[in-house]
Write a protein that binds this ligand. Sequence first.
Ligand SMILES: C[S@@+](CC[C@H](N)C(=O)[O-])C[C@H]1O[C@@H](n2cnc3c(N)ncnc32)[C@H](O)[C@@H]1O
Ligand SMILES: [Zn+2]
Length: 271
Amino acid sequence: MSHFICPVCRTGLLKTEKTYVCENRHSFDIAKQGYVNLLLSSGKGKTHGDDREMISSREDFLNRGFYDELSREVSRLAEKYCPDGGVVLDAGCGECKYTCDARKFLKASGKRADLIGVDISKEALRYAARRTREIELAVASVADIPVADGSVDVMINIFAPFEAAEFSRVLKKGGAIIRVYPLEKHLWELKELVYETPYENPVSDMAEAGFEIAEQLSVRYMMEFKSNEDILSLFKMTPYYYRTSENDRRKLDSAESLSCRAEFGITVYKK
Ligand SMILES: C[S@@+](CC[C@H](N)C(=O)[O-])C[C@H]1O[C@@H](n2cnc3c(N)ncnc32)[C@H](O)[C@@H]1O
Ligand SMILES: [Zn+2]
């Protein structure tokens, strides 16, 4: 059986070569890239979540290694909270950079685990499926995750919407969520280059009803960008790129090097 359930009748899904099918014969084709679309038909034709340009920019940036330090920390925490034989679900997985790294880390540490990823963007899962065939992937919303109640040991949630009630439903009792978000001065020097008056990111105490905070930590380091191409690769994967006027974008044209801080907050919740 798959870890996914049927979005129509919520019974288990069996994965066959080309489809996922439930006992009531609802069936969902596996795309040739290897993911399944479990969004119900009303949502299927539309484009959801990040589009191709955002995703290929993020993929390009992440492949340059600038967020590897964050990824190592996420992998370490996934291993810490995942029991042997556990299930790890990345909610809003994007191209699965962090999920993939966590899988390798768990494997290297001798722990067996099944990894699954959901994202509302089909395009993201196309990239994710190219990265790996070892993670089960479904197009779905984090507000309605197609897995059974209490079936997940660890959730990963990185720069993606957090749906407390739904995450609580899918987590086992004692299960953990590793949530990552930008801290106040994340990418500050990039903002200084582009904007007259850069603003800090708002950060709350991260408390969420129904969860206790098991630990909170930060990952802070300087990223050294040594070419205009690297700087543009960073800029294009941020939301600022899409919100910035042509005039402000131009300010980066002549930048050949940049020291820019990365500052991530990580909150681990326990159910
Ligand atoms: C900033 S990206 C982060 C992706 C990935 N976690 C990473 O850090 O590389 C946010 C992701 O959340 C997805 N997303 C946005 N709203 C969503 C929703 N309601 N359900 C599932 N995914 C969603 C987007 O498609 C996008 O891939
Ligand atoms: Zn069904």
